[in-house]
Design a protein around this ligand. Structure first.
Ligand code: AMP
Ligand code: GLY
Length: 420
């Protein structure tokens, strides 16, 4: 089949890598892709969704997979489906689970899915009143998409009030902050869980842990994620079952009742508090870098998994996972996450060591210029190591990190520490 992947990050590269190895895939396209996806398939310079749908029809694309949230919230799935195309991802209506935190929190409350105690408000007075009633820290969230920056964990009541004020006045996030959530802080350990959904059935992937802070020991500012590993030993069968029964099943049933059946990747951000999984948030797409470590753990062909999910046929699929562990270490550019960095050439040493056979790179913030691959900013790439256990996978990932060079490269040295 011919497959189109929408997006340009390491997440989309890793999906592309799995599809490239898949015998059923003939032609692979990326829109827009990055400087390295052009080695896996063809990059398209089409950004208009209607034009993309026309391209898909004219070029016999059998399956389109959407990586990031923005095109989903914008309704790319609805546009493709109207044209009779097969596309994997939620409709705009279902993507509101990520596009609006107010919608998501009210949905969780309506269907009795455990989440942090909260209020939704557009009134500064109400926000102040609720803030006063909470112990610190206090969490303040903008309603709309803010490129991962819309959540403030305030250490004092004054800081929480200031954050609420700046959001509600439109100063910090424009219209995305005109409605806010104020909620209690949950103290526990965080998990990323992913369910591939077809509206009715789902397949739960091995639980992963991301590392959101920039620096070792979970210090420094929040980022999109500096590394991840899966499966995590922090989840046992009991916890998986609780997530299935208390979160995923009621969510799929609830979205059907809301008239917006959920198809695509349901990304559940979970805080485990005293052994109980509490839903922090939903995203409607794969996590990045979680995708880069989950894709290599799936032994079912990627095209089959995503095609069956996109055609409401998951009930007939027996997904197989490898019994290995994957660890991914992000290499970011010098000024990440604050500002852009000067493009720098990426040099990867030859894989002279046997251990490196169990590693690969997933490229993200890169561009190709005159045949040279340049780190073009943000999170540049992910070094992935596979192994029989976490220590082995992590050692291999870090061995690969030592082989990759670009000016200003920045990485955490403690990925997977919670599991060791
Ligand atoms: P979100 O985008 O809602 O997942 O928030 C981003 C990050 O903020 C999460 O990954 C958590 O690390 C943290 N966070 C969000 N809500 C809470 C909460 N209620 N308690 C503790 N940490 C939170
Ligand atoms: N790594 C977390 C995210 O993709 O949102």
């Amino acid at each position: 089949m011919n497959v189109l992947v929408l997006g340009s990050g390491g997440r989309e590269y890793s999906i592309g890598l799995a599809l490239q190895k898949d015998n059923d895939v003939e032609k692979l396209y990326f829109a827009p892709g990055n400087g390295a996806t052009s080695n896996l398939g063809e990059n398209l310079k089409i950004s208009d969704y209607n034009e993309l749908a026309t391209f898909a029809k004219e070029n016999s694309i059998d399956l389109t997979i959407v990586g990031p949230e923005a095109p989903l919230v914008d309704g790319v799935v609805d546009i493709f489906k109207k044209e009779g195309l097969t596309i994997f991802g939620p409709s705009a209506a279902a993507a509101r689970l990520e596009g609006s935190k107010v919608y998501m929190k009210n949905f969780l409350a309506k269907y009795n899915i455990p989440t942090a105690r909260y209020i939704e408000t557009s009134s500064l007075q109400d926000a102040y009143k609720f803030i006063e009633s909470l112990p610190t820290p206090i969490v303040v969230k903008a309603d709309g998409l803010c490129a991962g920056k819309g959540v403030i964990i305030a250490m004092s009541h004054d800081e929480a009030k200031k954050a609420a004020g700046e959001m509600l006045s439109g100063n910090s996030f424009g219209d995305a902050g005109l409605n806010i959530i104020v909620e209690e802080f949950l103290d526990g350990y965080e998990l990323s869980m992913f369910a591939i959904c077809d509206g009715e059935d789902y397949i739960l992937l091995p639980a992963a842990q991301d590392h959101k802070r920039l620096s070792d020991g979970d210090e420094g500012p929040n980022t999109g994620g500096m590394g991840a590993y899966a499966p995590t030993p922090l989840v046992d069968e009991t916890l998986y079952q609780k997530v299935k029964d208390r979160v995923i099943r009621p969510t799929l049933d609830g979205m059907q009742q809301e008239g917006a059946p959920f198809e695509g990747v349901l990304f559940i951000g979970i805080m485990v508090v005293n052994g109980e999984p509490i839903t922090l948030e939903f995203n409607v797409r794969f996590g990045d870098p979680e995708c880069e470590i989950l894709m290599p753990l799936m032994t079912t062909p990627a095209s089959e998994l995503f095609y069956k999910a996109a055609t409401k046929d998951l009930g007939n699929l027996d997904v197989k996972f490898s019994d290995q562990v994957a660890v991914g270490v992000v290499m970011a550019s010098e000024n990440y996450p604050y500002s852009s960095s000067t493009p720098a050439e990426i040099i990867v040493d030859d894989k002279h060591h046997d251990e490196l056979k169990h590693t690969h790179i997933s490229y993200a913030g890169v561009k190709m210029e005159d045949g040279t691959l340049l780190a073009s900013g943000g999170r540049v790439l992910v070094c992935v190591g596979l192994g029989d256990n976490i220590r082995q996978a992590r050692d291999r990932a870090y061995m690969l990190c030592g082989q990759v060079h670009f000016a200003g490269k920045k990485l955490r040295t403690d990925i997977a520490y919670q599991a060791l």
